[in-house]
Design a protein around this ligand. Structure first.
Ligand SMILES: CC(C)(COP(=O)(O)OP(=O)(O)OC[C@H]1O[C@@H](n2cnc3c(N)ncnc32)[C@H](O)[C@@H]1OP(=O)(O)O)[C@@H](O)C(=O)NCCC(=O)NCCS
Length: 209
């Protein structure tokens, strides 16, 4: 399982069932702001909805289909980051993230994205990361650009957002050519990958192979 202390007040760790109330509280407190770009906010109406979401992330994590971490800032759940999906056959990850507006603008998300990217290339051995951002979401576009992603295309009507379609810019980042920069990968993550139980298994060489 992926977890990281990024600095003394900032930590990434998997969401667990006990985090449902904290997750619901942060969504509920900031729903007006979060719903501007996140289509699932309106469907999150009770702690049970957040619990069901976490249950899904735990299952996906076990099956290595996707992976999700809570972002804890100064001991408080501030947001979520992970890969919406991992395409093992082609070794492509699809990072996604959000943070409560009262924790934004401090560089927290950039640090979290950096950690997720490094983990994706060094430990999951993905070859490429793809981030989709609504063309009107200027704030979110700065993050992939700051981290070296390149805009590779635009997807028209990529997402239904409450009552209208939005287009997406698609950003991509390839794994560095040299493994030296990302040479450390842990046995625990090896275990995580080898437990993969999906039809992708055949298409997935063992980590480090
Ligand atoms: C988009 C979103 C993730 C951006 O979060 P954020 O916290 O502003 O992003 P960062 O952590 O990278 O912070 C960047 C800002 O912090 C500032 N900052 C302060 N200290 C910093 C540091 N040490 N390093 C980097 N940036 C720093 C930067 O100057 C930048 O300010 P700017 O946006 O005015 O240029 C957040 O607003 C959000 O979750 N929005 C709603 C959901 C969403 O849109 N998700 C993305 C879907 S693709």
């Amino acid at each position: 399982m992926f977890s990281r202390k990024l600095n003394p007040g900032l930590e990434l760790r998997p969401l667990l069932p006990d985090d449902a109330a904290a997750l619901f509280a942060v969504v509920d407190a900031h729903r007006a702001s979060l719903r501007e770009w996140l289509p699932w906010v309106d469907a999150t109406q009770t702690v049970a909805d957040s619990a069901a979401y976490i249950e899904g992330t735990v299952r996906d994590d076990k099956e290595t289909r996707a992976f999700t971490c809570g972002i804890w800032s100064m001991g408080r759940l501030a947001g979520v980051i992970g890969h919406n999906r991992i395409d093992w056959a082609n070794r492509v990850g699809f990072p996604a993230y959000w943070i409560a507006p009262d924790c934004a603008g401090q560089g927290i998300m950039t640090q979290c994205c950096r950690a997720v990217i490094e983990h994706a290339f060094a430990e999951l051995k993905l070859r490429q990361l793809v981030v989709a951002v609504a063309t009107g979401n200027l704030r979110a576009q700065k993050i992939p650009l700051r981290l070296g992603f390149k805009q590779v295309s635009t997807l028209k009507k990529a997402e239904w957002l409450h009552d209208h379609h939005v287009d997406h810019y698609i950003y991509s980042l390839a794994a560095p050519n040299t493994d030296r920069r990302y040479s450390a990968f842990s046995a625990s993550v090896l275990g995580f990958r080898l437990r993969q139980a999906s039809t992708d298994r055949q298409a997935t060489p063992p980590v480090g192979a």
